[in-house]
Design a protein around this ligand. Structure first.
Ligand code: ZN
Length: 295
């Protein structure tokens, strides 16, 4: 072996970490937050889609493939939320990448009976994939995360398990607080832009009367908007939720004709500046929705 010049040896010594962390990529930032809660400083976590971007549609970039190329694990929401994920996985040419679909053990909502005609553009072909907006689903997701990280780094399993348990205790306490805040609003009807809120609604008891998109992924049409205006007038709906990455044009039009209020609520960490992590994202949504429905 050739001897390396002294300066190079020194450089290698300071740039090589003492213990190799597990390298994780997640599709959305919410999953990255959960992985950080479990793995702490023993994982390096990156995500692909920002919280203010539509997770269904992502431009496949070589830089995303590079992230996956050097990763040990790729966590996805699954149920085809990430229509783009397979292209990234193939493009990364990382044959040892462990891909973990966190939807496996989730009790799924709105799973279509029979086949869905994909030509209609419905992006929820395998049911509704926005399950992380029900915080009661996080426990199931954490378990999958612990198992996957421990597969990569078996000696850290106890550490991962203890961290997950501590986070679950915090989350249980938060769920109780959130329920106390939002349950008085159960039964109230809202409109949403996309069908992102089904699990949140199932948890809180708030009723999503309809969506501005005629079907998930299909842009609003004038006739559907007209139908929604009469629905809002008839039922006294006060609030229209629009996710950060959709245009508020149709919602504003309905609001102007009916007196309802348009509220921008994040569905992911980073969707608004206040949503710094998963818990602050749900806290923000509960608080804003309570205020909007109450006011
Ligand atoms: Zn969707």
């Amino acid at each position: 072996m050739k001897r390396l010049p002294g300066i190079l040896v020194l450089l290698l010594a300071v740039t090589t970490p003492l213990s190799a962390s597990t390298r994780v990529v997640t599709s959305i930032p919410d999953l990255a937050d959960l992985v950080r809660q479990v793995g702490k400083d023993r994982v390096d976590v990156e995500y692909i889609v920002r919280g203010d971007q539509n997770p269904h549609y992502v431009e496949v970039k070589p830089s995303y493939m590079m992230k996956l190329k050097s990763a040990d694990v790729f966590f996805i929401v699954g149920m085809d939320l990430e229509l783009w994920s397979q292209q990234l996985i193939d493009g990364s040419r990382n044959t040892s990448l462990l891909v973990v679909d966190l939807s496996r053990e989730i009790k799924k909502l709105e799973v279509p009976v029979g086949t869905v005609d994909a030509r209609e553009g419905d992006v929820h072909r395998y049911g509704n994939p926005h399950y992380w907006l029900d915080p009661r689903n996080i426990r199931t997701m954490l378990e999958e995360i612990v198992v996957a990280l421990a597969r990569i780094s078996p000696s850290d399993e106890e550490f991962f398990r203890a961290n997950a348990a501590a986070y679950e205790r915090l989350l249980d306490q938060k769920i109780q607080e959130w329920e106390e805040q939002i349950h008085p609003m159960a039964g109230q009807k809202i409109l949403t832009f996309h069908r992102s809120w089904s699990y949140f609604a199932a948890w809180t008891g708030i009723v999503v009367a309809d969506q501005i998109e005629p079907k998930p992924g299909i842009p609003p049409s004038p006739s559907h908007t007209a139908d929604l205006i009469s629905l809002v007038r008839r039922t006294g709906i006060k609030v229209i939720i629009v996710e950060p990455y959709y245009d508020t044009g149709a919602a504003d039009q309905i609001a102007r004709s009916t007196g309802a209020t348009v509220v921008r609520l994040p569905v992911s960490v980073g969707g608004v500046p206040e949503a710094k992590d998963y818990i602050s994202m749900i806290s923000y949504n509960v608080r804003m929705l309570f205020t909007a429905l109450h006011g």
